[in-house]
Design a protein around this ligand. Sequence first.
Ligand code: ATP
Length: 259
Amino acid sequence: MSEAVKIVNLVKSYGDLVAVNDVSFEVQEGEIFGILGPNGAGKTTAIRVLMGLLDADSGTAEVFGTSSSEDPIGVKRLVGYVPEEQQLYESLTPREIFEFIASVRELPEEKTSKRVAEFVHALDFEKYYDAMVVTLSQGNKQKALLISALIHRPKLLILDEPFSGLDVRTASIMKDVIKIHAENGGSVLLSTHIMEVAEAMCDRVGILDEGKLVAVGTLEELRDVSKREGATLERVFLALTEQEDEVREGIDQLREALA
Ligand code: ATP
């Protein structure tokens, strides 16, 4: 099996803060891989280095063997990326954005507009197709970003917190998109705070904490590592990030405060 993502000994600092600290992991072709971690763990930073948007201090990141630092355009060709922060031209409409992306990527016009029309229909997005981005809700902007990421049939989808701000129906569609992409042989790297989503969807997860990868594997493997047999991913996550005691203390304090 070839590797969709290969990150080796990656280090990235902002001044004195080491945001990603000697992290290595791989995402196999056809795999849904989740990066989990508390706020500020370094998930977005690792993804931005992989996308070639940030330079690493040391270590390497590759997508299907293409180096993120040496050939960031090559990486962008292979990846459909939905960033955490929505960067869309506010004065354009989604239709204009999709057409712009198709032309920059030099995609065949007829086939691409058919594909976009199918996505627009599947995501119940017709009403917003010709509305200015500035007028869209967060969830609808997320849909526009998702369609933008899928237009060029990427082999790898990279989704940074794809479920934040989505309503139930849209979150469900997002899950379907991810699963169908993987069923068709595509690979997925997603970051999430939502343990139930990771548990239900990811073949393997990596847990980042303060820039360090503290564990990587299937849920079963992580249960073994954390010695939490039969536990939910949430319990395993709290154990591996050493937050179990803090959560317990917090609950006791809350009980007192709310009494
Ligand atoms: P979250 O789950 O809250 O989105 P994350 O795991 O994606 O967090 P990052 O956004 O990668 O974490 O941030 C990792 C650390 O780097 C944090 O301490 C953050 O404050 C810091 N950081 C991120 N971007 C910058 C920046 N441009 N300049 C300085 N520090 C930064």
